[in-house]
Ligand binder design. Structure first.
Ligand SMILES: NC(=O)c1ccc[n+]([C@@H]2O[C@H](COP(=O)([O-])OP(=O)(O)OC[C@H]3O[C@@H](n4cnc5c(N)ncnc54)[C@H](OP(=O)(O)O)[C@@H]3O)[C@@H](O)[C@H]2O)c1
Length: 180
């Protein structure tokens, strides 16, 4: 049986996910949650998200790191840095399925361009969304999960409830499932 394909991101209520090539917040609980959810699973990301990871943290350990780029001349360099590369999201998902082994999911971990494609094309069937109660400007956004196509399957905090990070930011972990 093939692994489920999910998208995983953290956003503000206005769907901001990034600014100036990075994430404009530091919420350790969300980083820990991301690590737990994706542990042992292949992760797929766009070339810019790969570059946004500090060099010492990439490739993300314990997971096949698949990087999507249209620039085939970069593939060798990315491979040297420990990434697997493909030139389309569909190929990345196929490679992720090959790499998944016993893992239950292949996780698409950004950024905005890749999330948009995964949601628009119906490639992802699961969405793990951390909502951060922050009012900040951004230049990269999560796609909207149309309620006609996606249902909120649950929230770790209980629907509509928040936890508070040690950094002071309120957050909640939500899971959405694509309607059949
Ligand atoms: N909040 C979160 O959870 C979260 C998670 C991840 C990232 N982010 C943020 O998101 C931002 C980066 O997102 P982004 O949208 O700018 O970039 P991105 O999606 O990470 O990467 C875009 C790049 O991926 C490649 N690409 C995209 N679609 C492709 C396709 N269909 N086929 C082949 N290659 C494709 C291209 O690389 P080439 O130019 O090399 O061809 C493109 O320039 C950063 O601010 C980052 O911090 C936030």
């Amino acid at each position: 049986m093939s692994a489920a394909v999910g998208v995983i991101w953290a956003q503000t209520p206005d769907r901001v996910i990034g600014r100036h090539g990075t994430m404009p917040w530091h919420v350790p609980e969300d980083m820990a949650y991301f690590k737990t959810v994706t542990a042992g699973c292949p992760v797929i990301m766009g070339r810019k998200t790969w570059e946004s990871l500090p060099e010492r943290f990439r490739p993300l350990p314990g997971r096949s790191n698949i990087v999507v780029t249209r620039d085939t001349s970069r593939a060798a360099e990315l491979a040297q840095q420990g990434a697997l590369t493909t030139s389309s999201l569909e190929d990345a998902v196929a490679l992720g399925q090959e790499q998944a082994g016993e893992s239950s999911a292949v996780w698409i971990m950004g950024g905005g361009a890749i999330y948009a494609e995964a949601v628009e094309k119906g490639i992802a069937h699961l969405a793990s969304v951390t909502v951060l109660d922050l009012d900040i400007e951004g230049d990269t956004f999560a796609p909207e999960l149309d309620p006609a196509a996606w249902e909120l399957a649950g929230s770790a905090q209980g629907l509509g409830k928040w936890d508070t990070s040690e950094s002071g930011v309120r957050y909640r972990f939500e899971t959405y499932a694509r309607r059949r």
